[in-house]
Design a binder for this molecule. Sequence first.
Ligand SMILES: [Fe+2]
Ligand SMILES: [Fe+2]
Length: 192
Amino acid sequence: MKATEVLEREHRVIEQVAETCGTCAEALRKGMKIPSNVLESIVAFMRIYGGQYHEQEEERLLSMLRAKGVPAGSCPVASLEHEKQRLSVLLDQLASAVEVYGQSGGSVSGTLIDTLLSIAESWPDHIWKENYLLLPMADKLFSEEDQRVLGQALQTIDSSNGEKARKTVDEFNAAIRLCSESAALWERASVA
Ligand SMILES: [Fe+2]
Ligand SMILES: [Fe+2]
């Protein structure tokens, strides 16, 4: 697998969690409660997998593109950088909204809903630009040797951060599973 394909594969994982943010926002809007561990697992995933891990890998790709002469202010690099800042602000906002939601026993959810929706919209948009503009640009500019060098850099990042990042995926999956199991139990209980 080419190094750029590794990044694309990680995008699919991030997109799934972003989609869940939209699902949670819709559920909250309908007055349903979302367990704190689900929301906290989203924050942890976005911070560690999306932020530290994936972002660090993408930073390597961007620095290699700069070395190939791609200017920092060019399309799509400049807008991706701008979006990265915005996503990080949204994540901080999400973390504090989750805290407020928990402390209020689930009664204060306005900012939480808005932030979840913004994340659900912003991440797929950011990823689309990367999948269809940034990564194809890299594929065009990089030689086989460049792909190999990038692949090696990704492996180094993976050996230091990969395990921690994948743990947040497992924790997210476990929180979701528990949540849907208890929803199913509740449904059965309410029918009985
Ligand atoms: Fe990115
Ligand atoms: Fe990315």
